[in-house]
Design a protein around this ligand. Sequence first.
Ligand code: FAD
Length: 447
Amino acid sequence: MDFDVLYIGSGQATWNGAVPLAQAGVNVAVVEEALFGGICSNYGCNAKIALDYPVELTRQVEAMQDHGVTGDIEIDWADAMAHKHELIDPQSQHNEDRLTNAGIKVIKGHATFVDQHTISVSGQTITADKIVIATGQRPHRLEIEGAEYVHDSTDFLSIPEMPEHVTIFGGGFIALEFATIANAAGAKVDVITRSNTYLRSFPQKYVKLVVADLKQRGVRFIPSQEITSVEAISDLAGYDEFVVYGQNGLELTTDYVLDATGRIPNHDELNLAAVGVATTDRGILVNEYLQTNVDNIYAAGDVVDHDLPKITPVAAFESRYLAARFMGKSDAPIDYPAISTVAFTSPRIAQVGISVAEAAEHPDLYRVEDVDYQSDWFRQVGNETQAYLTLIFNQNDVLVGAAEMSHEAVNSINTFVPMIEMQLNRTQLQRFIYLFPSIEYTGQRRL
Ligand SMILES: Cc1cc2nc3c(=O)[nH]c(=O)nc-3n(C[C@H](O)[C@H](O)[C@H](O)COP(=O)(O)OP(=O)(O)OC[C@H]3O[C@@H](n4cnc5c(N)ncnc54)[C@H](O)[C@@H]3O)c2cc1C
């Protein structure tokens, strides 16, 4: 065999485990067909948060008008984009260097299976004892007439100028986060959805408030629409406009169309039929060891079909799990901790552990406590007018879930993550001494 372990893909589901594995002396290879580090590093989380940061700053300044700050600020999209490029463009090389510096053999190109121990990359065959499929997901694209005029999240994260009018298909986290950014950067924004539900996996009582806030800022929500086609029209100056048509008589002229209708697994171009790895349209099927039905082939990260959130920390956790397993450090099944998720809207919605919806379904098992942070003096310092926390306890007074909508929700929910994972009861939680004044202290005081 050429290698002990070969990874297909170089994203979070690969490098978090591949690097320590190689450093432990295992002979590792990574095949990558695009930028090193995958979606998160190059055209996902990092690029998005770089463009969102100015939005959060403008919101803080807005909130403090007449409370010690004066004068409007606005987002300069070209500057924000230049800053994003400065931060993100070197990432792929850094990520590739991280692999090679750990002693990993890097192979560039598209991998397909030949047999269960052999893959082919650009006509070259490579063998490995174990193969990890970590090929992630790609944007789902509506199959409509005029789909060629429609952009995806990768395109949006690099637009040099913010269009005057942005129309977004979808109601998930990418749709709402990008609607927030485009609106704050001065664009007129429409969000068109097939259903009338947004951010499905987040507490709807908070989602409604975020949507109401976006509406107040001028974002137009158009629910219950089936998009049928997109047409391109040009005026005499050659400037393109687009008309979006929907089944219910929708006809909308816009400057930019973004399809954010979801993401689909990258498992259809691996020639998996050659090895018989079982898949669904949601991804690759694995057992509790992240092993596919072919015993030397594993899968990790976004490409796996499971009900967990498709986010970086889960991909990284799975990658580290597999490395520990391959190093012989553990033969236990994967045991996921409490998983936190966030929608980087403004304000944010973040949550961890038992969800608000699940707690509501089982009042016999869980007690829900709602906290209105608006009355909290420290939130009043920043004049934060929309801030709410939900805490969920089980029958033994152990904290099992938390959800928050506020500008500080990310830090606040992070505080609860170890508490929930360690299954601490209220008496134990009250022993922590946090810095004061701080958001973390404020959260813990509510326990
Ligand atoms: C716009 C956007 C924003 C996001 N924001 C967040 C966020 O804020 N927080 C968060 O936690 N998560 C976020 N995510 C999700 C996060 O990016 C993913 O969960 C994470 O990247 C998954 O890592 P992965 O290694 O499984 O897959 P990926 O990062 O997708 O990596 C897979 C790699 O495999 C390569 N590949 C695929 N097929 C082949 C092949 N046949 N041969 C060779 N190489 C191949 C691809 O080129 C890619 O580099 C966001 C995603 C998007 C799209």
